[in-house]
Design a protein around this ligand. Structure first.
Ligand code: PMP
Length: 392
């Protein structure tokens, strides 16, 4: 990052690794660097470190040690869950249900599966981003292999009714996968009580390093591996990322100790930010009536393009992000906001401000001041010059 004065409000994209995680990684790289599959002493030291880390991550995620498979992150865990569950199901189960607002990696996988003859149905959300349980109920049937619904949406922070959907899936004999990436470090977690069969996580969303995550696989469920090899009880091949896993475990320890206080802190600051920004003319907050993550604020400033808003904020030292993606063909609207019924114009206007445990009240006040100073004039200007309809 260019300067220490930067206000970082993009914690849903990635978080700064906590010092405990960095220290654990350095120690693993310097001391326990051998291959944990080696039978000699140094290898066994690395193996012990791995086992110790596995116990701490499992405790944080609320699963047993045997249910935890380390992966390269949530994208891999999502692929392993969906492809594995489809393969493990009989031929009479050739359908997958997924929420319409899943992470782009899962959406792309759904498209790939459709090309391979698997039928994928999207469960819609309402204008607040809440999953339609009625639609889930009408789509579930005994030919469904898997239902995949995220724990919380990464753009809006809206929480999904995981337990209810899991009960529907179970009654129909289907498996349930939860992409819980955005819950970790921001909400209480408990795999065992969730009713899910499979749950994905990523370390870099809760103070750990990038390139490491986990898939929790309910005891008794045999999934074909995505990567072949003897590691992780033959469920995920490839030498384990021992330093990354050590960092993941340290981040889990820290989050477990500070979670209630973090939730309160982030929630109070998010409310302060939301109350101030929503009072500005033309500002619309997404999912305001829905249950949301404590740290996430998704909003638009009139219909100002997100890129324009983000650039103004960045010039004022505030970094955030949007769900809209830039591509060669211009800005692509956010699929999440489109699924919530927004127009293409507004779906390119959504800006996500996501807080972390380290966010301060002074940073929130600086953000409010910057938005008021730099975005209000833009909004007024846009209002004075309505969008051209091409009629001169
Ligand atoms: N799922 C969700 C909901 C996410 O927010 C992310 C990260 N943007 C991912 C999956 C992908 O995680 P990773 O970077 O570990 O592959």
């Amino acid at each position: 990052m260019s300067s220490t004065a930067t206000v970082y409000l993009d914690h849903n994209a990635t978080t700064r690794p906590v010092p405990e995680a960095v220290a654990a990684m350095v120690q693993a790289l310097q001391q326990d660097w051998a291959n944990p599959s080696s039978t000699h002493g140094p290898g066994q030291d690395a193996r012990r470190l791995l086992a110790h880390a596995r116990g701490r991550v499992a405790a944080f995620l609320g699963c047993s040690v045997a249910e935890l498979v380390f992966t390269s992150g949530a994208t891999e865990a999502n692929h392993m869950a969906v492809l594995g569950a489809v393969k493990a199901s009989g031929r009479d189960r050739d359908r997958v249900l997924m929420s319409a607002v899943e992470h782009p990696g899962l959406q792309a996988l759904a498209q790939r599966l459709q090309g391979e003859g698997v039928k994928v149905d999207l469960i819609p959300v309402d204008a607040q981003g809440r999953l339609s349980l009625a639609a889930a109920r009408s789509l579930i049937a005994d030919n469904v292999a898997l239902v995949s619904v995220m724990g919380a949406n990464n753009e809006t922070g809206v929480l999904m009714p995981v337990a209810e959907v899991a009960a529907l899936a179970r009654a129909a004999g289907a498996r349930m996968h939860v992409d819980a990436t955005q819950l970790a470090g921001k909400a209480a977690l408990g795999f065992a009580a969730s009713g899910a069969d499979l749950m994905s996580f990523s370390a870099h969303k809760l103070g750990g390093p990038k390139g490491v995550g986990a898939l929790v696989v309910r005891k008794g469920l045999a999934l074909p591996p995505l990567l072949s090899g003897r590691q992780e009880r033959v469920r995920r091949g490839g030498t384990e990322n021992v330093p990354g896993i050590a960092g993941f475990a340290a981040a889990c320890d820290r989050a477990a100790a500070t979670l209630p206080a973090d939730i309160e802190h982030m929630g109070a600051l998010r409310r302060r930010l939301e109350d101030a920004l929503s009072a500005l003319p033309g500002v619309h907050v997404y999912g305001r009536e829905a249950e949301r993550l404590c740290n996430t604020l998704c909003l638009r400033f009139g219909s100002l393009d997100a890129e324009q808003v983000l650039m103004k904020l960045q010039r004022a030292g505030i970094v955030a992000s949007s769900g809209a993606a830039c591509s060669a063909g211009g800005t692509q609207p956010s699929h999440v906001l489109l699924a919530m019924g927004e127009s293409e114009l507004n779906a390119k206007a959504g800006v996500r401000l996501s807080l972390g445990p380290e966010t301060t009240a002074a940073e929130i006040d600086a953000t409010i001041a910057a938005a008021t100073e730099h975005l209000l004039p833009l909004l007024a200007q846009a209002e004075a010059q309505p969008v051209s309809l091409g009629v001169s």
